[in-house]
Ligand binder design. Structure first.
Ligand code: NAD
Length: 341
């Protein structure tokens, strides 16, 4: 029997997770929840995805020609798992509803870690989420950092991490957000919260992160500097990264490309849905190894990177796949991860 999945919050992350659920043969998307009858609700209806709204708001949607299938509470009561992709903080407020209906829930990185039993990243701690009721998929930046760190920790061993984050100022649709003409220290003190978030998943390493926000909407970019547990060669690092399809090494000299805009253009030109890049992009030419120190630059498509992790989290909480390898393989194959087309 397929796992019945509801998506609460059909925005940047929710609509991508919903589309990914539709591609899984062991899951069924039973509906999505929207609070506002906006263009995203229109998209769900156009895609024939059942739309659920707050009780008493049905008329607001129906008046705009948006067919409503029921209330959000009805949707939750019918689900095995709800993916909560509502704005930061709303997920925690929604938890009461999930508890009331005994439904498992996957929260997003905008929520505080204590909303869930486990903070989650597929390559790091799938096992810890097995059979749990409440799991939080960490944020886009943290997911990007953890993909690289857990891979090198697994294949070589990791002691210390220093990561400088150049964060996109807003998502492309966010008409009211900036910065427009500034580099904003985010925050002005060190460290940024990302390191602490990494430690909720990968414990026991020495990590310091710093971040600035810049006027771009396409991707984040990180400068990563690591100390390994012992000396390694560049080949060891390349070999570790090539073990997972969730990391894509991009050769800037072959592509004659050295920017996030060009990488996004590749995804556009190759017809990827929404030009999404759920893989972590590691810039091959930047990978530098000196004894036990490794440095490289990586880029994160913030709108897409957490999508495969949400699909794995659904498998983990329902225990329909008992190993990370099996779930990751299924997710990657269904979403075409690791190959450009
Ligand atoms: P979003 O604003 O694009 O989407 C949120 C959706 O939830 C909207 O459709 C909104 O109308 C709806 N909504 C608002 N209140 C609601 C409620 N009470 N019940 C149901 N739906 C409600 O937000 P997003 O960018 O998709 O972020 C969602 C979560 O994912 C946040 O925790 C965020 O931190 C996290 N996240 C975002 C990104 C990103 O780059 N956008 C990346 C990774 C993680």
């Amino acid at each position: 029997m397929k796992v019945k999945v509801a998506v609460n919050g059909y925005g940047t992350i929710g609509k991508r997770v919903a589309d990914a659920v539709l591609k899984q043969d062991d899951m069924e998307l039973i509906g999505v929840a929207k609070t506002r009858p906006n263009y995203e609700a229109f998209v769900a209806v156009q895609k024939r995805i059942p739309l659920y709204v707050p009780s008493g708001k049905e008329k607001d949607f129906e008046e705009k020609g948006l067919r409503v299938s029921g209330t959000i509470e009805e949707l939750i009561s019918r689900a095995d798992v709800v993916v909560d992709a509502t704005p930061s903080g709303v997920g925690a407020a929604n938890k009461e509803l999930y508890v009331k209906h005994g439904v498992k829930a996957i929260f997003q990185g905008g929520e505080k870690p204590n909303v869930a039993e486990v903070s989650f990243s597929s390559l790091c701690n799938y096992d810890e989420a097995l059979g749990k009721s409440y799991v939080r998929v960490v944020s886009c930046n943290t997911t990007g950092i953890l993909r690289a760190l857990c891979t090198l920790n697994r294949y070589i061993g990791l002691e210390k991490a220093r990561v400088f984050i150049v964060r996109r100022g807003a998502d492309p649709k966010e008409r009211d957000k900036g910065p427009i003409n500034s580099v904003v220290l985010d925050p002005p003190k060190l460290p940024s919260h990302h390191g602490k978030d990494v430690l909720t998943v990968l414990r026991g390493i020495d990590i310091l992160t710093a971040a600035v926000a810049v006027p771009t909407t396409l991707m984040h970019t990180h400068f990563v500097h690591l100390k390994l547990k012992h000396n390694a060669s560049r080949e060891d690092v390349l070999s570790a990264f090539s073990q997972t399809r969730r990391i894509m090494m991009v050769d800037s000299s072959i592509l004659d490309a050295k920017s996030t805009s060009e990488i996004i253009e590749v995804a556009r030109d190759l017809g990827r849905p929404r030009y999404d890049i759920p893989e972590l992009i590691v810039w091959l030419d930047s990978i530098t190894v000196n004894g036990d120190e490794v440095s490289f630059i990586q880029s994160v498509h913030q709108e897409a990177i957490v999508v495969p992790e949400n699909i794995d989290a659904i498998r983990a909480v329902t225990s329909i796949e008992s190993t990370a390898e099996a779930s990751i393989r299924k997710t990657d194959e269904s979403l075409g991860i690791g190959r450009w087309i």
